[in-house]
Design a protein around this ligand. Structure first.
Ligand code: TNX
Length: 526
């Protein structure tokens, strides 16, 4: 009770104070407000010595020219300094607005980039009339991620770039790209053309939808676009399960499966399967400079029925002394991990890989099964680095409002407030393992998301809360303050024509429909 009164008082004082104009997404580590303002406009003059500083000036000028400013003709002085000798943490920065000008300082390019993004937000929210202030900022976690599933439905290059822009503004730095799964394979592999001629056709709602995928040229373009924004892209090649699209294109590597899960897995014993995977990995490591390749590893039991009956597989289990089918799954994961490691990268994998006997020096674990907290603990105890993306509250295919009909529920759903409060209530589990907890991630699975409009609705504005969980120090987080400033973020989304859910007027915008299942429609109509 006392705490609630104190928080309310704090919120009241906050919104009526000078610091209120210093709204940033995410909230910085330290903000001090002064008296007065300093105006910048399209005639701003920049002091920038090095090559990277000058590159940032170019992008900043272009972005500033698009803002709605009170005094667009204003000048103003902005000085950018990138100096590795400065005592500023790797992704940190100092942004100082005085009555005489603005300075941005950092010891790394990423830090200076974030200083630029912070200044851009200040200019946007205050129409160029910046409050005098000093912001000293650095992130809580080094992995601030967003995952997009483009296998179930494909959204394309422009949507991805738009999301990368918004992620950069929110100081998020990992884009996990789920490019392969049951309905479609979405990346050109030169050595295996049928992956895209056959594997890329169809989506979750329509098995006959025309092939959609990224060419290698497009991948390179998007990777470079992300790198310019200090975002690393980690591709996911899901295996040994969720491999249906691959097996459709190349049935010789299929491991069987039954009914709905037919051809769900790779064949786990054939040497040719491992050669096939190794050849694909060769192309992936060329395309993605990030230090990880995500190899999936999830939900194999859905479709490994034939592993129990196929004599060749059963013999293999005996010969290799693998105990049972789960032992075989772990054997598969260890082999693929070693392939990736031999190419100079670590694997990322879903939390099933914790049991596979993979060395923690070769892998990072994404903890997703919120109902298996012990799996998080086991990963930490075994020495794995971990990214936390539990379904509750970080899966954005869960609904966000009680009246919504489309999307997942599991003992509740994922409101923006619940997203914001994470890692509460699981923070007790990670105590003592802080070094191994690399960060957090939102995962956007798209079985029930058929187009960009519905995608936007599920991602926004929850992504702003995810960003703050990833960046803002625990002592600076306060949900009610976040909700107070959220309308500014919604206005920013308006300028980008994003159709978001509005938590302040939840019935105002209708939930965009899920696409109809083409197969079922045909059955019903026929
Ligand atoms: C579980 S998360 C999956 C995905 C689904 C998702 C739907 C994970 C590793 N596997 O294949 O799309 O649930 O929420």
């Amino acid at each position: 009770m006392k705490k609630t009164i104190l928080i309310n008082l704090f919120v009241f004082l906050y919104v009526t104070s000078a610091i209120a104009q210093i709204n940033l997404f995410p909230t910085p580590s330290k903000t001090s407000g002064g008296k007065g303002t300093y105006t910048i406009g399209k005639k701003a003059v920049f002091e920038a010595q090095g090559e990277y500083e000058r590159k940032l000036v170019e992008t900043f000028t272009a972005e500033l020219s698009k803002l709605d400013l009170t005094n667009p003709a204003a000048a103003g002085n902005v000085k950018l300094t990138l100096d590795p000798g400065l005592q500023i943490k790797p992704e940190g920065y100092i942004l100082h607005v005085t009555l005489n000008g603005v300075t941005l300082e950092a010891s790394t390019p990423a830090g200076l980039f974030y200083a630029k993004e912070a200044l851009l937000q200040l200019a946007r929210f205050n129409k160029g009339t910046l409050p005098v202030c000093k912001i000293e900022d650095h992130p809580r976690y080094s992995w601030r991620g967003f995952m997009l599933d483009e296998s179930r439905h494909f959204f394309g290059k422009e949507k991805v770039k738009q999301y990368l822009d918004i992620m950069a503004s929110l100081r998020m730095n990992v884009f996990h790209w789920h490019l392969t799964d049951e309905p479609g394979w979405r990346i050109e592999i030169k050595r295996y053309p049928k992956l895209t001629t056959i594997g890329a056709t169809g989506n979750y709602h329509d098995p006959n939808a025309p092939a959609s995928f990224y060419t290698q040229e497009e991948i390179k373009e998007i990777v470079a676009y992300a790198a310019d924004r200090h975002i690393m892209i980690i591709p996911e090649f899901d295996m040994p399960g969720h491999a249906t699209a691959v097996c459709r294109a190349y049935p010789e590597v299929s491991g069987g499966g039954e009914g709905r899960w037919e051809h769900f897995t790779f064949h786990p014993c054939k040497e040719t399967t491992y050669e096939f995977i190794n050849n694909i990995l060769d192309e992936l490591v060329q395309l993605f400079p990030a230090p990880y390749i995500h190899i999936g590893g999830d939900e194999v039991h859905y479709g490994n029925q034939s592993w129990f009956t196929d004599p060749e597989i059963q013999q293999f289990i005996k010969d290799k002394k693998l105990t049972n089918e789960v032992g075989l799954e772990h054997y598969f994961i260890r082999r693929v991990t070693d392939m990736v490691f031999a190419k100079g990268k670590k694997i990322a994998g879903w939390d099933e890989i914790v049991d596979a006997g993979v060395s923690p020096s070769k892998a990072i674990v994404l903890w997703w099964r919120h109902d298996r907290k012990y799996q998080l603990l086991k990963a930490l105890e075994q020495g794995f680095d971990v990214v936390m993306c539990p379904r509750r509250p970080f899966y954005s295919d869960f609904v966000q409002y009680g009246e919504h009909k489309i999307g997942r529920y599991w003992g509740g759903y994922n409101t923006i407030e619940e997203v914001y409060r994470f890692p509460d209530p699981v923070n007790y589990l990670t105590q003592g393992y802080e070094e191994q907890v690399k960060g957090i991630q939102m995962c956007m699975w798209t079985e029930r998301v058929g187009d960009g409009k519905r995608l936007d609705y599920m991602v926004f504005p929850r992504l702003a809360a995810v960003a703050e969980v990833g960046w803002t120090l625990e002592k600076r987080k306060e949900c009610s303050v976040f909700m107070q400033k959220l309308p500014l973020f919604l206005q920013y989304l308006d300028t980008k024509n994003i159709y978001y859910f509005n938590p302040f007027a939840p019935r105002e915008r209708l939930e965009p429909a899920e696409p109809a299942k083409v197969e079922e429609d045909v059955l019903q109509n026929g």
